[in-house]
Every structure is written in C-alpha cells, then in structure tokens.
Design a protein around this ligand. Structure first.
Ligand code: PLP
Length: 517
C-alpha cells in the first residue's frame, strides 16, 4: 500500500501510512464483507470445541515490522469470526445479548473516528452536553418530574445520572452514593473509609438487602465498597420469584435490633434469571419507613417503561432513589453502555472528585462523578436509537417479544417431554427436559432431580457445542430451598419467531434421543 504522508517536518521519515486521514477503502470493503458474512450466517457458531480452538491458538509474537492488512483480514475471516457467537441469530435465545439495529454500525464508525473523551469538556465539548441532555430525557421518562426541573440539565453540581460501561458499574455507582449518603452525618466516607464511618456511628457492620435473585454485580460492588461480599443479605422469593415482603420486614427489624447499618434496599425490575419484578411500590414504602436508600436494578426490565401495556411491571420505580438501566440490553445499543439515574440531582455530590489538571471544582466535566475515567461518547448511540426507533418502536418490540414468550412457554407446558419451571412475567422463563422415565410425574424426589439435572446439563452443553441453536442454563432455587438445573430462554431478538423457538426444541429432542441411546 502506498503511503502519502502529508504532514511536514519531523514525522516525514516515519514511513507509517496509518496516520494520514486518507481512508483505506480496500480494508473498508474487506471488513464490510466480513461483517455481512458474519451477520448472514444462520448458525449461532461453528461446531469447533473450545479445547480445539485453544490448541489452534499460538502465542502471538509482536512482529518487528508492520505486516500487511490482508494478513489481519485473513486472520479475522478464517480464525476469529467463524468461531465467535452470532448473538444476532434468531435461534440464539438464551442470553440478554442479541441483535443490534443496523444504524449502529455507521454510528460506531463515527464515534470511533471522532474519538471524543467525555471525561472532560476539553476533550468532548458538546458531546458532554449531549450526554447530560440524554440523561435528562431518561430521567424524565422514569421519574417524570415537572418540566421546569429539566430546563437546565447542564448546571454544575447537578447530576441526574451517569452513563457507565454497563449495569455492573451503574449498580456500583448507585451503591457508592447510598453508602456515602447513609453515613454522611458521621463524616465523609470517601475520605474516612467505610470502617471508620461505621465505627463513629456505632454500627457493627453494614449490609445491602435484596432478593435471592439479585444480580452478582451487587456482590462485587459490596466487595469494592468495603462493605464486604458476605454482607449482601438475600431474602427468599415467593412463588412468583418476587421478594418475600414479610421476610424483608423481619430482616429490616432485626438489622435495627442488632445495630446493623443498612446501606441500601435493592429492588429488581426484571431478574436476570427469569425476569420477575419485585413489588417496587411496597419496597419503596418500606425503605421510606426505615429511612433507607432504595435502589432499583432495572438493568433488564427498565426499558419496558416504553410499553403502555407492560410499564405496570415497573409500578413504583419513580420512588427509587437510584435506578440502573442497561443500554446494551433492551435498548439495543452496543456493548459498553449502562445508565444510572438519581432521583435527587444532589446525591452524586458525595462521590465527586476533583483534580487540578483536569477536573476543577466548578467544572461540568462528567469525570467528576463517574467511577470510570476516559469514556467514549456512547450517549450518541442512545440519542440516535431513541430518535430512530422511537417510543412506539420499542413498544412494538417488547409487546411482540412478550406475546411470543407466552406462546412459546404455553407450547412447552403442553409437551410431555418438557416441564415449564417458571410462568413468564415478561420475556424470560425457565424450563427443563424430562427424560422418558419421568414424564407425566407430578412431583420429583431429590434423586429424580439429580438424574434430570445431569441430563439437562449434558443436553445444554451438546446443543451449545453443536452451534445451531442456543438456550442457556441456570440453577433454579425452588420454594423448598432445593435447587434444580433449568434451561433459560430469553426472547429479545425482534426477528425471533415461533418457528425459531420450535427449532430450538426440535434440536433438543434430537440431541436427547442421541444422548439416551
Ligand atoms: C445484566 C444485569 C446486570 C449487570 O449488567 P452488565 O451490563 O452485565 O454489567 C445487573 N443487574 C441485572 C438485573 C442484570 O440483568
């Protein structure tokens, strides 16, 4: 490839073609071709096992001299892309990651090319303002304060929310605020550390309370925040996989009696395992009564706010002190996009940090409150998606996915080869395969369940390895406290139809027949 270095003086002899602004159209064409091939395949992935792939991977030595682009294209085409997962396949119905709208690709190119860093205004300018504006839009959607409230979302010291790399960081940010706020009277926890704060306040320890279906990011957060992973108190769920309110109240009372500090109560709007919705309204009431920060983890289910029919699942979410929503889940944005919103724009003041060379006291830099430092201008994706898809576009996707979930789970319920484990409340549910000797049985002994578990593990692994269709697998805790292996369906891809769902079952029956023989 010829290089035309158009700059002057010192760099003249670098002989590196890559820093001119001339576009490399050959590479562009080749990459576009790879993308089309990848997205058009009907399979989920190749049938190559991880062990085989590991063996084929040699240690990459850094070449002394830069190599040709065709070498990279060849590697992508032959070694990487066939063995990655086509998360956009309509038969990939086991995880929260699915297809992206096609406008994301050109936008990704633009965002990468502009290379803004929204950590500070000096490297982002209007893109920081856009982020604040889009956060105000989301805030209004969830909290619907009066219009005056949103007139100037750009004031320094006012934080309606933070865009993060995902739900994990969004939950961490919310809990950090909750921790600092709840101990504010005893000092600045960011400076003192949580231990000193608890000591001063006379508490023995601090806990966070959620249902047993809380996402594991909460545990990680508690480790990071110095509260301790063991101090996530999980409350059993009822027959609808919602937090048991009586047990919750009992736990709150015993925390009080034992002088245990409660950093936050977390309600889940769309559990990762089966998309159940905690009774947010009642939880908010309890949190108010006990004077505790109420966080709602709506990483998955928050987006249902756009559906007139299903926003009822989120009733009470506007009473939360903070809310997590994932952009890269049901807002159909690319990986690396979460959102945390704060009811009170002053809350995040407690976690803000200043640095002389970069973030000064009165600045409006986003890096002041964000746990992450350098960040891309991902707000552009969110802005574009809300504009292009629109409220009713999202609504149609959710309504369709939930209706499909009802039909598919209904079919499973009727089949003797399968057992439905959770009745869907939205678009995720659990079921399992029943080997012939267990069909028609109403209840299962622990030994029965062991046998069925083993079979379902083998079945799920074989299906995953085959690479044509996919559901995931989890351990489901039953009301009696015992656990069983369950297959997990997530219907998020707008292109998935009942035909694809049936294909998943068909593959399972075929694999099961082989496993049995
Ligand atoms: C996915 C999920 C998270 C974590 O989000 P990431 O984007 O994977 O970090 C947290 N909570 C719930 C309920 C989730 O479903």
């Amino acid at each position: 490839m010829s290089s035309k270095n158009r700059s002057t003086a010192p760099s003249q002899n670098l002989d590196l073609p890559y820093f001119s602004e001339l576009e490399n159209s050959e590479l562009n064409l080749a990459i576009d071709q790879l993308i089309h091939t990848f997205l058009r395949q009907s399979r989920v992935t190749s049938d190559r096992s991880l062990e085989e792939l590991e063996q084929g991977l040699l240690l990459h030595e850094i070449p002394e001299e830069g190599q040709s682009e065709s070498a990279i294209v060849k590697e992508l085409k032959e070694l990487i892309m066939p063995h990655a997962i086509n998360t956009g396949s309509p038969c990939f119905i086991g995880h929260m990651t699915s297809i992206l709208p096609n406008f994301i690709r050109p936008l990704a190119k633009l965002i990468a090319s502009m290379n803004q860093n929204v950590v500070k205004l000096e490297t982002s300018k209007i893109t920081t303002l856009y982020e604040k504006q889009i956060l105000a839009t989301m805030h209004k959607e969830l909290y619907h304060h009066p219009d005056e409230f949103y007139q100037n979302p750009f004031q320094s010291g006012q934080t309606l929310g933070v865009i993060t790399s995902g739900g994990t960081l969004a939950n961490l940010t919310a809990l950090e605020c909750a921790r600092d706020k709840s101990l504010e009277a005893f000092g600045n926890i960011e400076e003192l550390g949580v231990h000193a704060g608890l000591n001063k306040a006379g508490f023995t320890k601090s806990v966070v309370i959620c249902s047993q279906l809380g996402h594991y990011s909460l545990k990680k957060s508690l480790g990071l925040l110095g509260i301790g992973r063991n101090n996530l108190v999980t409350i059993p769920t009822d027959s609808n996989q919602r937090i048991n309110l009586q047990l919750l109240r009992k736990t709150l009372d015993s925390c009080r009696a034992e002088n245990v500090h409660v950093t936050a109560l977390v309600g889940i709007a769309g559990t990762t395992e089966c998309c159940s919705f905690d009774p947010l309204d009642q939880m908010a009431k309890l949190a108010e009564e006990y004077g505790i920060h109420f966080h709602v983890d709506a990483a998955w289910g928050g987006a249902f706010i756009f559906s007139k029919k299903y926003k009822r699942l989120l009733k009470g979410i506007d009473r939360a002190d903070s809310i997590t929503i994932d952009g890269h889940k049901q807002l159909y944005l690319p990986m690396g996009m979460g959102i945390v919103l704060f009811k009170d724009p002053e809350l995040a003041r407690l976690i803000s940090t200043e640095a002389q060379y970069i973030i000064r006291h009165s600045s409006k830099d986003l890096g002041k409150v964000s746990i992450e430092g350098s960040r891309a201008a991902h707000a552009i994706y969110l802005h574009a998606a809300l504009k292009l898809i629109g409220r009713s576009g999202y609504e149609r996707i959710f309504d369709k996915n939930i209706a499909l979930t009802d039909r598919f789970s209904g079919e499973i319920r009727k089949k003797k080869e399968f057992q439905l484990i959770t009745t869907p409340q939205a678009n995720i549910f659990l079921y399992r395969f029943l080997p012939p000797e267990f069909r028609g049985q109403k209840s299962f002994s622990i030994i029965d369940n062991k046998t069925i578990d083993t079979f379902n593990i083998q079945l799920q692994e074989a299906q995953s390895q085959q690479g044509r269709t996919f559901v995931s697998r989890t351990l489901f805790r039953q009301l009696d406290g015992t656990t069983i292996v369950a297959l997990r369906v997530v219907l998020a891809n707008p292109l998935t139809t009942l035909r694809h769902c049936r294909q998943v079952l068909y593959d399972q029956l075929e694999i099961a027949a082989k496993l049995d023989s």
